[in-house]
Ligand binder design. Structure first.
Ligand code: NAD
Ligand code: IPM
Ligand code: MN
Length: 371
């Protein structure tokens, strides 16, 4: 593991030697990212995965120290010198503009064109779910969130700010290309991925608000109909997002692959994290097939619990497993997932999900299991 990159030239050497090791950039970021990512790194190391990890200190701390969010060639370096990126979280009360999160996190998603945000929703233990009468097999779906467009693109502005006539506009940008590729990704995902119990996936549900956003989500409707015709073996379904939120709580069994736009995907995956036991349990990948992809837990920097050894590291550890899987290191990924399952079953967990251990003890326990 190489620590602290202030000067990138320092890190030319390790990569100049021929190696089959997968090269992973580690960006812990802010708050609990600084606590959970070291646990994920510890577990990756214990798994024996053939990887070389390089840590970057891009964060609020760094921004406050010298004004840098990410170097101008940061995205080029990530895409060129790494096979994957593991990220913690960004967000710090000392940076109310959130400029560093925007430039680093959204920067990676947009500039590296990581268009598919894949957020699996799995219940590892029935006791973790706040719903009554739900078994582990009842919650095993995935949200495929569009990750490069929508209201996140920063098109808009504020006019006459501070006057009674103030106008604030934030556009929802949806391109034919962007919508088509994420919908196709969802169908391909459905075709190629099985549920945890080994049974095939066979349904893709699109969720939107086309009854109101007739232009933007009308495009999604048309493209969904078109693309779904190419996959006659997959059942294509639709639900408005408000109704979907209710259904997700009433009967999560009905979901298989859910595809949606950037903002709805953000919102419904926090709700879905609740079904899994909370934000500390949810993993995600920001993927562009064939390009360097980025993996991060769904949760944020959780400033109120940061620095207290309270944060649940499972989201980050399961995210690491997802990344290893993506890199073809499937045996190591499986070992890690099995160890997390054991930890949950044996209550070797943090307080948020009923245990008594601290963040680092949970990491150490899981690392011990995967060795
Ligand atoms: P959050 O996800 O940080 O926290 C929401 C709630 O969940 C809090 O009660 C928190 O304590 C709890 N929580 C989150 N992760 C946990 C974990 N691993 N273990 C135990 N409890 C956990 O969301 P927020 O409070 O809305 O946002 C805080 C900051 O994080 C903001 O600056 C926000 O913009 C940022 N954020 C960043 C990301 C990211 O970088 N991917 C994601 C979401 C939020
Ligand atoms: C997430 C986060 C981010 C998002 C924020 C921090 C920009 O909430 O990854 O879920 O909205 O995408
Ligand atoms: Mn979010």
């Amino acid at each position: 593991m190489y620590w602290y990159v202030h000067d990138f030239t320092m890190h030319v050497l390790p990569f100049s030697c021929v190696s089959t090791k997968k090269r992973i950039a580690i960006i812990p970021g802010d708050g609990i990212g600084q606590e959970v990512i070291p646990q994920a790194v510890k577990v990756i190391e214990a798994s024996g995965a053939a990887v070389q990890m390089t840590q970057f200190d891009w964060s609020a701390e760094r921004y406050l120290a010298d004004g840098m969010t990410i170097p101008s060639d940061g995205f080029t370096i990530l895409g060129r010198d790494f096979d994957a990126i593991l990220v913690g979280a960004f967000g710090d009360p000392r940076v109310p503009s959130n400029i560093h999160a925007k430039e680093i996190l959204l920067g990676m998603r947009f500039k590296m064109d990581l268009y598919a945000n894949v957020r699996p929703v799995r219940l590892l233990d029935a006791g973790l779910c706040p719903l009554k009468g739900v078994e582990t097999k009842d919650i095993d779906f995935v949200v495929i969130r569009e990750n490069t467009e929508g209201v996140y693109v920063d098109v808009g502005g504020v006019f006459k700010q501070g006057t009674p006539d103030e106008i604030a506009v934030q556009e929802d940008v949806n391109t034919r290309k962007g919508v088509e590729r994420i919908i196709r990704y969802a169908f391909e995902y459905c075709k190629r991925n099985k549920k945890l119990d080994g049974s095939p996936r066979h349904r893709v549900l699109m969720t939107d608000k086309a009854n109101v956003m007739t232009y933007a989500h009308g495009l999604w409707q048309r493209v969904f109909k078109e693309v779904s015709r190419e996959y006659p073996e997959i059942t294509a379904e639709h639900m408005y997002v408000d109704a979907l939120c209710m259904q997700m709580v009433r009967d999560p069994r009905q979901f298989d692959v859910v595809v949606t736009n950037n903002m709805f995907g953000d919102i419904i995956t926090d709700l879905a994290a609740g079904l899994q036991g909370g934000l500390g349990m949810a993993a995600s990948g920001n993927i562009h097939p064939g390009k360097t992809s980025m993996f991060e837990p769904v949760h944020g920097s959780a400033p109120t619990i940061a620095g207290k050894n309270l944060a649940n590291p499972f989201g980050a550890i399961l995210t690491a497993a997802m990344m290893l899987n993506h890199l073809g290191l499937t045996r190591e990924a499986e070992k890690i997932e099995a160890a997390v399952l054991q930890a949950v079953r044996q209550k070797k967990t943090t307080q948020d999900i009923g245990g008594t251990l601290g963040t680092s003890d949970v990491g150490a326990w899981v690392a011990g299991q995967v060795k």
